[in-house]
Design a protein around this ligand. Sequence first.
Ligand SMILES: [Zn+2]
Length: 368
Amino acid sequence: MKLTLKIKLLPNADQEKSLLKTIERFNSACNYISEQAFKEKRFNQVKLHHVVYYSVRERFLLPSQLVVRAISKVSDSYKLDKKTQREFKLRGSVTYDPRILAYKLNNVSISTLEKRETIPFVCHRSDWLPYVKGEADLIYKKGKFHILQTVEFPEDKVKDMDEFLGVDMGVVDIAVLSTGEKMSSKEINEYRIKRDKVRASLQSKGTKGAKKLLKRLAGRERNTATLINHTLSKRIVMQAKDQNKGVAVEDLTHIRKRTEKKVRRAQRGLRSRWSFYQLRSFIAYKCEMHGIPFVAVPPAYTSKTCSNCHHIGLRAGKSFSCQNCGFIADADVNASINIATWGRTIGRPEESNMVCFIAHHRSGSKPI
Ligand SMILES: [Zn+2]
């Protein structure tokens, strides 16, 4: 499985100049190569190399491997079509590969125009560094340098699981597990309420400064939400691993609808903006890293079905009750148990009990 690791470089003033010069030179070279490619109608990397390599080396004094990468970048850019000449931003990305970029303990060794620089870096997932593989992009944005590095994880053989941990995602509690655990920590709610207050007061001001601040806050919120989603997904996947279970989540298409109906207008913005899609994708890739089966189940009946006898029951607010068997439970927990059951059905199709599951619905006491 391939993922991208974002690494922040911490260059000193001289290194900053050196990186920026390299970025600009690289992209100037790309523009030159693109012009030649378009003129000569040579777009294939190997053919283009024969046409431009030496002239690029001479004109731009780039290290040879960066010339190779520039030719490759240009060649790639013509893959979609060859009708218009491609142009590159002077401060666009530079492609690196292991020959010109290497990671040491806390430093990267990176080729620039004059020499290889050793630059300290920080990243949130240093445990991914052993899996670095293939190309990377050096990018410059808002005065900061980042490397977007491809990492490739060996895929653990996905184990065959008998049981699934069901996860019901929703607005009141972000995630409710089929074990009965609710993941909506106080911090998250407090954080959501606080940020909404700040936003409301800024919005009511409506000044230019307030708008600017709002934009900045939005960026910070995204980061905090991402961090919380990382924490939640990790807790869920680790729990599944400990219990030797797969993970089943509900298909998410209905969440926004449910959000809009259930939550008061004033709170709507804040809660519906929670990124369930991100949480789900984090759960999915963490499962893959640990070789845990991950399934998404169709949401059709998850909240209205009795997890005990599979008849259609009654969902009233936070509680669920079944007239058929008398089962009473927290509505979200009931839903997540259903998700877990469906997960097992989908995850182990050869032992499918889906047919009887659906049959129960058809004969259920309440048509939907
Ligand atoms: Zn029942």
